[in-house]
Ligand binder design. Structure first.
Ligand SMILES: Cc1cc2nc3c(=O)[nH]c(=O)nc-3n(C[C@H](O)[C@H](O)[C@H](O)COP(=O)(O)OP(=O)(O)OC[C@H]3O[C@@H](n4cnc5c(N)ncnc54)[C@H](O)[C@@H]3O)c2cc1C
Length: 297
């Protein structure tokens, strides 16, 4: 492995100053569950780096329900996210996604920020965060920018965040709880634990005041493309529809058409495409059940 110094950061400001000073020769390290594997692979030809460990920066590990939004620090671990009562009630799909990841040991180290910046197409927190419409807050030097989580994903392993120059500080999820909004994630995998998904679906729904029609819907599928993908036709179709079995069936069929999975060691393309329909129905039914809505014919 190639690094010439390992610095433990104590604040966001220190981290930003160290990134700026290193002029591209530093790298943020959080849990290290992806980065250490990557550095080992690059052994021998990569330039030595300064690693900036952010795990002790308290502000980056916070999980807070604020008036308008839920705030998740980028260095919040999967264990803290999946075990948080605040996340479970306001952003259930995210609690589920973090709980699906790896093993208990991995979940104790792995962070939400690392999962997003690593930019794998079926990253277990990216799928629910996209469904929840989360915003990513990114800082470098004196500047800050905010962008939707879905814009972080540029391709397989390609993030809009450069971890040698920028720090993902936190995520915000607005208006995600309440009696009319719910979210859910379903994940299909060969085993229940310690394996990557064959298919994941996360949904967020918002119904009208009478709980009689969909007002807002987001459906995210992965891996069915190089990045997590929204089923936009299925989402548009559901707006204004009553929460009936027929409407859900039709939306699930549209999502299936929008998915373009590939054959891989984890599953065949045709099977995964068919399972999109099944899993979208399950995720929507789960979200509706949380609101106490019965699905009729
Ligand atoms: C055995 C094993 C099982 C796994 N199982 C799963 C699984 O089931 N599902 C899944 O989705 N993933 C899985 N992973 C992948 C990995 O654990 C996750 O992607 C994890 O969330 C990465 O977080 P980390 O804190 O360890 O990131 P790190 O390895 O520390 O960093 C990853 C990348 O993000 C950058 N980075 C980290 N934090 C920030 C920040 N705040 N700002 C800017 N850049 C940052 C780093 O520089 C690096 O480029 C697994 C990995 C292993 C080793």
């Amino acid at each position: 492995m190639r690094w010439d110094s390992y610095l433990v950061m104590s604040s966001t400001e220190d981290t930003l100053a160290a990134l700026a000073e290193a002029e591209g020769r530093a790298r943020i390290i959080a849990g290290g569950t992806d980065l250490l594997v990557e550095l080992k692979r690059e052994q021998g030809h990569a330039q030595p780096l300064k690693l900036l460990d952010i795990r002790r920066v308290q502000a980056l590990g916070r999980i807070e329900q604020q008036e308008e939004s839920l705030v998740i620090g980028s260095a919040a671990t999967m264990s803290s996210v999946t075990g948080s009562p605040v996340v479970a009630s306001a952003a259930r799909a995210l609690a589920q996604g973090a709980g699906f990841m790896g093993s208990p040991q991995i979940r104790n180290l792995a962070t939400v920020g690392g999962n997003l910046v690593n930019a794998m197409p079926a990253a277990d927190t990216a799928v629910p965060l996209m469904a929840l419409g989360a915003q990513a807050h990114v800082a470098s030097g004196q500047t800050e920018r905010t962008l939707p989580v879905e814009e972080l994903f540029l391709g397989v392993g390609k993030s809009a965040i450069d971890p040698s120059k920028e720090l993902l500080t936190h995520l915000t999820i607005s208006q995600c709880g309440g009696p009319r909004r719910a979210s859910a994630m379903k994940r299909m995998a060969p085993r229940k634990a310690f394996t990557l998904p064959q298919l994941s679906i996360a949904v967020m729904i918002e119904l009208d005041a009478a709980l009689a029609a969909f007002e807002n819907v987001r459906i995210v599928m992965a891996p069915v493309a190089p990045t997590p993908k929204r089923a936009k036709q299925a989402e548009s179709f559901l707006i204004g529809q009553p929460p009936t079995a027929q409407a859900i069936e039709q939306a699930a069929a549209l999502a299936r058409e929008e998915a373009n999975p590939r054959d891989s060691i984890r599953g065949g393309a045709a099977y995964r495409k068919d399972m999109v329909r099944v899993m979208v129905k399950r995720a929507l039914s789960d979200a509706l059940a949380q609101l106490g809505v019965e699905i009729h014919g």
